[in-house]
Design a protein. Sequence first.
Length: 395
Amino acid sequence: MFERLESAPADPILGLTEAFRADPRDTKINLGVGVFKNDEGKTPSLECVHRAEKILAELEVDRSYLPITGPDTYGKEVRQLLLGPLAAELGGRGMTAQTPGGTGALRVAADFIAKHRPGKVWLSDPTWANHNAIFKAAGLEVKSYRYYDAERRGVNVEGMLEDLSRADESDLVLFHASCHNPTGFDPTPEQWLAVQKVQAARGFLTLFDTAYQGFGDGLDEDVASIRTFAKGKAPFFVASSFSKNFSLYNERIGALTFVGESADEASRVFSHVKIAIRTNYSNPARHGGALVTAVLTNPELKALWETEVAGMRARLRDLRSRLVDALKASGASRDFGFMLKQKGMFSYTGLAPEEVDQLTSKHGVYMVRSGRINVAGITSKNLPRLVSAITDVIG
């Protein structure tokens, strides 16, 4: 039946992990997959989550299905986290569905868009590789807008605005709310305002992807872009992930939020979002959402969570600084100081694909061929080896 079926190409990120695992060298370093690591190279379990699990273990649980969009309390807490004081002002204009991770949120949005607003989808160049796959799988046409300026090492704001000025009213534009993956470069607040003005003029629909809230400048600061749009009247979607900032990767917990021009519009849109969910995975799982809700609704646990997120954010900043300083001290032929302006887990290093290949083959350093690294994969133990390898390859 399947004798003519050819094997699909490996996922560029997950395939990298498979190659890393097969490498027998003890000195190998994995800077590919976007998972936060502590200095021992392990994915931490947050103390606030441990305490929340103890609380949940003592509760009597109804094992029936959750509502299609998940518990109302979960949705309310997600909107509060995203919108802050604006959440109460929006009232019924904002609605949220619990989804299986941020990827699930994106796919539900893609299915809804494909059926009810099937224009083109604009993605930043570059973007997370799975963005293209998700929207194409939903049957949508994908275009790109300029984002990264390789020469200036930053956001190509002029090119971005020029390209978005060509987006049609029927189109969808996806933005990274903060901690852009893969470049690490974000627009400034003033630049976000300029983007919002283009949206108001062109009328396209907006979808924010926020997978790293709290890893850039702070929990509120990292969603300032979303709040800028929330102050306007145009509707928008937000896909949220709690894999990183709650360290709940294998719980697959995320959310899809919609803010409409009116409560009536939000209700009508979500009636169709429910159908997209029902025909995909039917109902969300309980445990991950219950953990997030337990933390966010308990003042003591929420304060602890904010402290732990601040600690992870500080580690990422420290690692960037240590890497840049160590490369400079090693006599590297290039200046990597631009990395200090990047935010979040990922950094564009400026390394060419051929140099990345040499790093892998010669030194066992694994990263995406674009030169993107997961900063959190650096540890005190492997930093000297990483610096030595990069210095050797670039000369």
